[in-house]
Design a protein around this ligand. Structure first.
Ligand code: ATP
Ligand code: MG
Length: 438
């Protein structure tokens, strides 16, 4: 009976001295952990170990003692320090044998790059542990290897993410799913599914308060996260089938999305970005956008153009960092800058109007501020930022005056963070303004 079967325990072992030295981030572990969860395998442990045979053997022994499915990443390459395959074979007492199909595939990839060094590498890479199943590598030469051990499974995967990720998606997951669903497996699967609801223009405490009664549930779970200028709620459910887990998540997402005051602050889900959400609203209104950036030095423009198809609505951006450029490019009166300072409401509005007039766009956003650490003066602290939004009228009522607003903020944090907060706030203002019914 399904209920009597224990869940399968998964473990990820990332091999590479670079990981231990902090030279690269262990994105393979992140990727594999996500895939194990989707597959319904409980990942209880992760290890990182250097390119050292005895410590790798130690890690492997531990992993095979306590886990049913062990995924290794890294060290499958052709060089001397790549020793995962050799260490695994020795530990399991399997011979390394040349695999003609693997050798042929490597020869194909390396056609035109033959040399004695390449030949040696080829010879090393075409050896596989006896009895291993081969996972094709569509982006490189080292194949993935799966070893079916009594009641356990061990997979060896290449280190480079551009090789590991397609291999896992296209070959390892189908292989594991077939095995888990096969008649001989003694493991139950439990499927984890998640969805992230993304809010802006509303603080985390307000979001949390609105869902307080849901935060201690255990299936689905609801967890709040904060990122710059955004609050996220991650809804996660576990069930015996993927469909059931999805429906538990969707029901909870709908329930949360209909709660006040949350509903009008949801700009997207999962991988959606605020800039993308702004783009959708600009498109809906048939408006084009123009930017005049001082403090953010083009960061808002970068975020806007991260979205595919943004040329449909993004007209142009001015990076006007120095005072002279504000006057020369946008017609800001130098006298106004002298009188009020470049970081002032007057100048922010003048930048926005100048950009609007010159570009002919429907809306213009302008930012001016003090990113720090220097530049502060008595009345103007580091982080002080003015964001202006001006434009022609839009929306249902077609009001005559159009848009003209300027907001003052003091953003906390170091230079980079101040810039990012300012850019996000500008997009938040834009998104909220575009969503408002006049
Ligand atoms: P190669 O054939 O390139 O040598 P390999 O399978 O031997 O591949 P490694 O030598 O361990 O893999 O790592 C190669 C590169 O892959 C690393 O320099 C790094 O850029 C990337 N890489 C390795 N492990 C990870 C990891 N856990 N997360 C992210 N990237 C990784
Ligand atoms: Mg290598």
């Amino acid at each position: 009976m399904e209920a009597m079967k224990p869940p399968m325990i998964g473990e990820i072992v990332a091999v590479g001295t670079e990981l231990l030295l902090g030279q690269i981030a262990n994105t393979n572990a992140r990727f594999l952990a996500e895939k194990l969860a989707q597959l319904g395998v409980d990942a209880y442990f992760q290890q990182a170990v250097g390119d050292n045979p005895s410590r790798l053997a130690e890690s492997l022994k531990l992993a095979l003692e306590r886990s049913d499915l062990v995924l290794l990443s890294g060290g499958l390459g052709p060089t001397e320090d790549d020793l995962t395959k050799e260490t695994v074979s020795k530990l399991l007492g399997r011979r390394l044998v040349p695999d003609p199909a693997v050798a042929e595939r490597i020869r194909e990839v390396l056609r035109g790059h033959r040399s004695p060094v390449v030949e040696k590498a080829l010879a090393k890479q075409s050896l596989v542990p006896e009895g291993a199943a081969i996972l094709p590598n569509s982006a490189g030469t080292a194949p993935g290897l799966v070893l079916d051990l009594p009641g356990k499974m061990l997979a060896l995967l290449p280190g480079p993410p551009q090789e590991l990720e397609p291999m896992v998606r296209d070959y390892l997951i189908p292989h594991l799913a077939a095995w888990l669903d096969g008649p001989s497996t003694q493991f139950a699967r439990s499927f984890l599914r998640s969805r992230t609801i993304k809010f802006c223009g509303i603080g985390e405490p307000v979001v949390e308060e609105a869902v307080r009664d849901l935060l201690h549930g255990d299936n689905p779970t609801v967890a709040p996260y904060v990122s710059i200028g955004e609050t996220h709620l991650r809804v996660t459910a576990k069930a015996a089938s993927a469909e059931r887990a999805v429906s538990l998540v969707e029901n909870m997402v709908c329930a949360i999305a209909s709660r006040r005051p949350l509903s009008e602050h949801i700009f997207g889900f999962d991988d959606d970005t605020l800039a993308g959400a702004c783009g959708r609203r600009l498109r809906e209104h048939g408006l084009s956008l123009c930017l005049a950036e001082s403090i953010t030095g083009g960061l808002v423009g970068h975020l806007v153009t991260e979205v595919a198809g943004s040329s449909d609505y993004f007209e142009r951006g001015y990076v006007v960092y120095g005072n002279r450029s504000k006057s020369e490019l946008l017609g800001v009166d130098p006298e106004m800058i002298r009188a009020h300072g470049a970081v002032s409401e007057e100048v922010a509005l003048a930048m926005a109007h100048g950009a609007l007039d010159r570009s002919g766009a429907g809306l213009a956003l302008a930012l001016t501020g003090i990113a720090g650490p220097g530049g502060a003066s008595g009345a103007k602290p580091v982080g002080l930022t003015y964001i202006a939004l001006v434009g022609r009228s839009f929306g249902q009522s077609g009001g005559e005056t159009g848009v003209r607003e300027c907001h003052r903020y003091v953003f906390a944090g170091e230079r980079q963070l101040v810039k990012r907060r300012a850019a996000h706030r500008a997009l938040t203002l834009l998104w909220l303004r575009l969503g408002r019914r006049e």
